[in-house]
Write a protein that binds this ligand. Structure first.
Ligand code: NAD
Length: 509
C-alpha cells in the first residue's frame, strides 16, 4: 500500500508553495500539463513559449549585459547575497515544488535547495576574488598582466533531475561575473523554475539591478535549440543527456560560441579486499538507490574484488530488500518514483538486456503501487550480478539499476572503471593508501570526480563539478569554474619610453 495525498491536495500544495515564492500560477495557465510523478496526475497546466520568442529574450539580456558589466563585482555580489537570503526563507517552498514535480524525497529536495544557498555564499565571496595574474615581462620597463571581464549572455539549459540547483550554480557565478542569464528549464519541471526565478527577480528589484538580468523560457527542446543557435548567447551551459549534448555542442562550436556541457554519467565504485564493508555498503546504497537512481552521479556499477564480491552482494541485497519505496513526501521514504513511464520502460528493457547478456537479477526491478497509482511509476531498485562489462552495462540507464562486476587485479578494476564512454564520477573503497593513490593517479580513474571511501554522488559545491569524454568536459560550481563565465584579456603595459619588441625582433625604419 502507498499512502498518497489526494490529487487535489498535491495541486493545492503546488499552488501555495509557488504563491509564497511570488508566482501566481494562473498567470502562466496554458494547455501543457505539468504532471507530478507522485501520482502521475497533472498539478497544473502552463503555457509554453515558442522558439520565435527567444530572439527578443536574448536581445533584452544583451541590453542588461551592457549595463551590468560595468557594475563593480562586489556590488554584483550584493544581489547574489540577497538572493541567497530569499532562498533560505523559501527553502521549504522550493523543496516542496521539487518533490512535487520530480519526485525527490523531502530531504533530497531540501538538499537541492541547500546547494543553491551554498553556491550563493560561494559566489558572494568570489565577487571579491576575480583575480588575474601579473606576469614578468621579458622587456625592461614593461608589465604583463591579465584581466577578467564579463563575457556576455549565458544560456542555461537544465535537466529534470536537478531542476533548480544546476541553474543556480550557473546563475550565481554568472551574475557576479557580470553576465545575464537566460534559462530554459526542463519541460518536466517548470514550477520550481518559475518560483526560483521569481525569488531572483525580487532580489533584482530590491537591489536595483537590471530587470532583464534573469529571464526564463518555459517550453520544450525547440527553445533550447534556439538558444543553442543564437549568436547573442556567449556561453551555453547545457545539462542533460549525451544525446542532447551531441546536438548542442557542435552547433554552438559552429558559431564559435562557448559551451559548458554537463551530460550523462556511468559511475562506478571499485571495492577492494581491504574495504570496510559496513561503510562501503552504506556508501553504495545511497549513491545507487538514492534519488531513485536519477542522478547524473548515480552509482551504476560496482567493480568488486573476487574475494569480497559475494559478501558485498549479499549485504547490498539485504539492504535493498528493506529500502522504503513510496511517496517522496511521506516520512521515512528513501526511494521515490521514477519521473515517467518511459523511465520505467527503459529500466525494464535494461534489466531484460542485462539478463540476456549473462546477468543474474539478485533483487528488485518490480513495479510497485500500480493499482493505487496506475499513472505513477515506482520501481524497486535492482541489483544485477554481471559476469563481465557488457554493452548494456556500458550505457547510462537513468533508473536504479546497479550492476556488480568481478575483478582480480587493481589494474583490471581501473581499466573496467574507465572502459565506458562516459567519465563523470568514480570512487574506490579501500583501507590501503597505495590502492587509493593508484586510483587517483594519472593512469587511474579517468573521471572528472574520483573519490575515496565515499560514493559517487552528493558532491559539495566547493569543488569544480563535471566530467570527461561523453560527459562533455564542462566544469561548473566551485574552484575556478567561474573562468568559463568571463573573458580573459592579456595586457602589456610599456612604461619604458622605448619600444623594444618581443623575441628581440628589430623593426626600425
Ligand atoms: P534531456 O537531455 O532529455 O533534457 C535536458 C534539457 O535539454 C531539457 O531542458 C530539454 O528540453 C533540453 N533539450 C533536449 N534536447 C535538446 C536539443 N537538441 N537542443 C537543446 N536543448 C535540448 O535530459 P533529462 O532527461 O532532462 O535529464 C537526464 C539526463 O541529464 C541524464 O543523462 C543525466 O545524466 C544528465 N544530467 C547530467 C548532469 C551533469 O551535471 N553531468 C546533471 C543532471 C543530469
Amino acid at each position: 500500500m502507498i499512502a498518497l495525498p489526494s490529487a487535489k491536495d498535491l495541486r493545492r500544495q503546488a499552488r501555495d508553495a509557488a504563491s509564497r515564492c511570488g508566482v501566481d500560477l494562473d498567470s502562466f495557465a496554458g494547455d501543457r500539463a505539468v504532471n507530478s510523478p507522485i501520482n502521475g496526475q497533472p498539478l497544473v497546466s502552463v503555457r509554453w513559449q515558442h522558439a520565435a520568442d527567444v530572439d527578443g529574450v536574448v536581445t533584452r539580456a544583451g541590453e542588461a549585459f551592457r549595463a551590468w558589466r560595468t557594475v563593480p563585482a562586489p556590488v554584483r555580489g550584493g544581489l547574489v547575497r540577497r538572493f541567497g537570503e530569499l532562498l533560505r526563507e523559501h527553502k521549504e517552498d522550493l523543496g516542496t515544488l521539487v518533490s512535487l514535480e520530480v519526485g525527490k524525497i523531502t530531504s533530497e529536495a531540501l538538499g537541492e535547495v541547500q546547494e543553491m544557498i551554498d553556491i550563493c555564499e560561494f559566489a558572494v565571496g568570489l565577487s571579491r576574488q576575480l583575480y588575474g595574474k601579473t606576469i614578468s615581462s621579458e622587456r625592461p620597463g614593461h608589465r604583463l598582466m591579465e584581466t577578467w571581464h564579463p563575457l556576455g549572455v549565458v544560456g542555461v539549459i537544465s535537466a529534470f533531475n536537478f531542476p533548480v540547483a544546476v541553474w543556480s550554480w550557473n546563475t550565481a557565478l554568472a551574475v557576479v561575473c557580470g553576465d545575464p542569464v537566460v534559462w530554459k528549464p526542463s519541460e518536466l519541471a517548470p514550477l520550481s523554475a518559475l518560483a526560483s526565478a521569481a525569488l531572483l527577480d525580487r532580489a533584482i528589484a530590491e537591489t536595483g539591478a537590471p530587470a532583464q538580468l534573469s529571464q526564463v523560457l518555459i517550453g520544450g527542446a525547440d527553445l533550447g535549440q534556439a538558444l543553442v543557435d543564437h549568436s547573442g548567447v556567449a556561453l551555453l551551459s547545457a545539462t542533460g543527456s549525451t544525446r542532447m549534448g551531441r546536438s548542442a555542442g557542435p552547433r554552438v562550436a559552429d558559431r564559435f560560441g562557448r559551451s559548458l556541457l554537463e551530460l550523462g554519467g556511468n559511475n562506478a565504485a571499485i571495492v577492494t579486499p581491504s574495504a570496510d564493508l559496513d561503510l562501503t555498503t552504506r556508501g553504495i546504497v545511497f549513491s545507487a538507490a538514492g534519488t531513485a537512481g536519477q542522478r547524473c552521479t548515480t552509482m551504476r556499477r560496482v567493480i568488486a574484488h573476487v574475494d569480497v564480491i559475494d559478501e558485498l552482494t549479499d549485504r547490498l541485497a539485504a539492504v535493498y530488500r528493506r529500502l522504503p519505496v513510496g511517496s517522496p513526501i511521506a516520512d521515512g521514504t528513501l526511494v521515490g518514483p521514477l519521473i515517467h513511464d518511459a523511465a520505467y520502460k527503459s529500466m525494464r528493457n535494461a534489466l531484460e538486456a542485462a539478463q540476456q547478456q549473462g546477468g543474474q537479477l539478485i533483487v528488485g526491478g518490480r513495479r510497485r503501487f500500480a493499482d493505487e497509482a496506475p499513472d505513477a511509476y515506482y520501481a524497486e531498485p535492482a541489483i544485477v550480478r554481471m559476469p563481465e562489462q557488457t554493452d548494456i552495462v556500458r550505457q547510462e540507464t537513468f533508473a536504479p539499476i546497479l550492476y556488480v562486476l568481478p575483478y582480480r587485479t587493481l589494474d583490471e578494476a581501473v581499466a573496467l572503471n574507465n572502459d565506458v564512454p562516459q567519465g563523470l564520477s568514480s570512487s574506490i573503497f579501500t583501507s590501503d593508501q597505495a590502492e587509493a593513490e593508484r586510483f587517483l593517479a594519472a593512469d587511474g580513474s579517468d573521471c572528472g570526480i574520483a573519490n575515496v571511501n565515499i560514493g559517487t554522488s552528493g558532491a559539495e559545491i566547493g569543488g569544480a563539478f563535471g566530467g570527461e569524454k561523453e560527459t562533455g568536459g564542462g566544469r561548473e560550481s566551485g574552484s575556478d569554474a567561474w573562468r568559463s563565465y568571463m573573458r580573459r584579456a592579456t595586457n602589456t603595459i610599456n612604461f619604458s619610453g622605448e619600444l623594444p619588441l618581443a623575441q628581440g625582433v628589430e623593426f626600425t625604419v
